[in-house]
Design a binder for this molecule. Sequence first.
Ligand code: SF4
Length: 452
Amino acid sequence: MQTRSPALPVSVRPSACPGLLRIVASADGGICRIKLPGGRLDATQARAIAAAAERHADGVLEATNRANLQIRGVRAGAEAVLSAALLDAGLGPRQAAADDVRNLLLSPAAGLDPDTPLDTWPLAERLLDLLQDTPRFHALSAKFALHLDGGEGLAMLEHPHDIWLAAMSAEAAPLFAFGLAGCPPRQAEEAPALAAVPMAQVPALVEALLDLFLTLAGDGQTRMRQLLAEHSADTLLQRLQQRLAFPLRRERAVTDWRRRDVPAFAHLGSQPQRQPGLCRVGAAFVLGRLDSHLLRALAALAERHGDGSLRLTPWQSVLLPNVAAAEAPAVLDALRQLGLATRAEEPLARLIACSGSSGCARGLADTKGDALRLAARLGASTALPGLHLCGCPRSCAAAHVAPLTLLAVADGRYHLYRRAPAQPGFGQLLARDLTLDAAGDLLCGPGALPDA
Ligand code: SF4
C-alpha cells in the first residue's frame, strides 16, 4: 500500500471530479473519492475510512464503478482534516498532483483466478508507479483511465478505457494486446487489437503511449477518443513505433485475437481460487451504498475468515479473497445478514442507480428510492437483465451502457431505453415518460418488453 509523503501539500488542480485531496460539493455535502490501487484495501485502512467518514461526514460511503470508495456528506470546513486522516492511513498518492492519475483497472480476481497463472498485480504496481512518478503524466485528465486485463474469468469487459491492455494467452508471461478508447474485443465484429508487445515491454509501451497522447492532444482533447477523431489509429501506431526500441507486433494472430468471454455475475457468491482449498467470496452493495458500520463489519469478516484484505470491484461490490473453502458458506451467510446481495437472482444484484435527486442537484428523480421500490416489485426475476436508473444523462453510476436504462425526465417519471450497439447514448427508446408503476409493468415478466 502507498504511504504518505510528509511534505504532501493539500492542494490540487481544479477539476469537477472528486479526489482524496479535492472534496467536491454535492447536494448532500462534499464527496471525497479514495482511489484504491487495484481496488484493494486492508482491514486497518477500511477502519480508518470508516472512522474518517463518521468524524468528518455522515458515515455514508459509496462503492464506485471504478472499484474505488467515496465518502459522501463531508462537512463544510472538515475537508482538509479528512484528507489528512486518509493520507495518514496510506490511502493517498505520493504527491498531490498524482492523485487524479491513479486510474488503472484490473480484475478483482488478479492472482486468484484458477484459469491463468498470471498475476497482474506486480505489473499494475509498476504502471501505477509510472503514472505517479512521472510529473508530465499528472497533466492527464482525472477521467483518463487504463485497463490491465490478465485474462481472468472475472473481468469488467464493458467499460471503455483510454488504453486497454490484455493478456493474449494463459501463460505466466504472455503477449499483451492493446487498443485505444475501447475494450478488449470478444466478438469477430468488434474492433481488433491494434498491436501487441511482450509483457516485459508493457511499461515502456504505456510510457510512450501516454507521452504521445500528451504531445498530440490539442485544446479540449482530454480523452483518447477525442485524439482518435483527429488522428487515425494507424497514424498513432506509426508515431508510437518511432518512440519505441522494440517492434510492435501486428501479425494476424494479434489482429485475429479475441478475448474469451466471462460469465455474468461472477462477482457474486463463492468461487474457487487457483490456490488449493481457498475461495474468493463476493457480494454487491445495495445500489452501491454502504456505511461506516458495514465497512467495519467487512474488515472484521476479512480478518476472521480471509487474509484481512478486501477488494472493491467495478460492479460496486466487494470480494473477500483467500477464504478457506469450508468457511465460504458462513461468510456468504454473514454477507447476507449485512444486507449485501450474494446471488444473481436477487433483483438488487441487477439494479444500479446514481445518487439521484436525494444527493445530486442535477437529479430529476429519486433514483435510489425508486430503484428500491422497483426491486420490491420485481421480485426474484432472472428474466430481467441489468437495469440502470439514471437521474440525468450524465450517467455517473455506469461507465458502460446497461442492457436497460430508465432515464429520469421528472420526479418519478422515466424514459425506458434498451441497449442497441448501433445506436448512441442509452440505445433504443422503448417508452416515454413512464411512471414507476408503468415501468414495473413493462419490466415484469417474460415477453413484457416490446421487441427490439
Ligand atoms: S447521473 Fe446526473 S443525477 Fe445522477 S449523480 Fe450523475 S449528475 Fe447527478
